[in-house]
Write a new protein. Structure first.
Length: 259
C-alpha cells in the first residue's frame, strides 16, 4: 500500500508539470517563435514532428531494454514495461507519419514519397505493429512475452538506420539542424524546440507510467481469472466424486442385504 500511495503522490505532480510545460511549448511554437523565412508557418509543425520522433526513438529503446531484461530475468516487470512502451511508440510513430505528411504537402508538393527517412519510418511502424500481432497470436502468455521480447530487440535495429538515413542516402529530408557543435536556426527557434522536446519527453514518461499501471492491472486480472477458474474446476471435481461413490455404496448395501 505504501508503494501505491507513493506512486500516486508523484503521478499528479508529473502530470501537472507535463501540462504546464506543454502549454509553454505551445505558446512558444505558435506565438513566440518567428515564421520561417522560406517555409512560412508550415514550418511550425517542426516543433511537434521532431519531438514526437524523438519520443518514438526513446519508446523503442525502452522496448529494447525491456526485451533484454525479460529474456534475462523472465520477470513480468520487464514484459509489462515493454508492452506499455511499445504501444506508446507505435502511436507516436503513427503521429510522426501523419505530421510529416501534413508538413511535406505544402513544402514538397506531395503527401508521400519513398524517401529513405519516410520508408524506414514506415518499416519501423510495421515492425512494431507486428510486435502486437505476434503477442495476440502467440497463445500462451510466457511464450508471447518471449517472442515479443526478441522482436522488440531486433526491431530496434531500424532506429539508428532511420536516424542516419539522411546521411547515408540522398533524401528530401534535411540533414540535422541541431547538433552539439552548432544549431542552424535562430536562438528563438532553438529555445522553442528545446522546450518542446522537454514537454513531449515528460508527456512520454507520464503516459508510460499510466500505461504501465494498466498493464500490471491487466496481468493481475488475468491471474485472478485463472485462479478463479482453477478453484471452480476443483470444486466441480470434488462434487463429482461423491456422486460417483453413491452407486458403489448402493451396490455394496444391496450385496450385504442379499447375503
Amino acid at each position: 500500500m505504501k508503494s501505491q500511495s507513493g506512486s500516486l503522490g508523484w503521478g499528479p505532480i508529473l502530470g501537472g508539470l507535463t501540462g504546464l510545460t506543454m502549454a509553454l511549448s505551445l505558446y512558444l511554437m505558435f506565438i513566440y517563435a518567428p515564421a520561417d523565412a522560406v517555409q512560412g508557418n508550415a514550418q511550425r509543425i517542426f516543433y511537434i514532428h521532431v519531438p514526437m520522433a524523438w519520443d518514438a526513438y526513446l519508446a523503442f529503446f525502452v522496448v529494447f531494454v525491456a526485451g533484454i531484461g525479460y529474456l534475462w530475468k523472465r520477470s513480468a516487470f520487464w514484459d509489462q514495461l515493454g508492452r506499455a512502451s511499445a504501444e506508446i511508440g507505435l502511436v507516436l510513430t503513427t503521429l510522426v507519419l501523419i505530421s510529416g505528411s501534413l508538413w511535406g504537402r505544402p513544402i514538397w508538393g506531395t503527401w508521400w514519397t519513398w524517401d529513405a527517412r519516410l520508408t524506414t519510418t514506415l518499416i519501423l511502424w510495421f515492425m512494431y505493429l507486428g510486435y502486437f500481432m505476434l503477442r495476440a497470436y502467440a497463445g500462451e502468455r510466457e511464450r508471447a512475452a518471449r517472442f515479443a521480447a526478441v522482436l522488440g530487440i531486433v526491431a530496434f535495429v531500424d532506429v539508428p538506420i532511420n536516424y542516419l538515413s539522411v546521411q547515408w542516402w540522398r533524401t528530401l529530408h534535411p540533414t540535422e539542424v541541431v547538433s552539439l557543435e552548432h544549431a542552424a536556426m535562430p536562438g528563438s527557434m532553438l529555445l522553442t524546440l528545446m522546450v518542446s522536446l522537454l514537454a513531449f519527453t515528460l508527456l512520454y514518461v507520464f503516459l508510460l507510467r499510466q500505461k504501465w499501471a494498466i498493464e500490471q492491472a491487466k496481468d493481475r486480472l488475468i491471474d485472478y481469472q485463472l485462479a478463479e477458474y482453477e478453484r471452480q474446476a476443483q470444486g466441480e471435481a470434488q462434487r463429482a466424486v461423491p456422486g460417483q461413490a453413491q452407486p458403489q455404496q448402493a451396490q455394496v448395501k444391496e450385496g450385504v442385504s442379499l447375503g
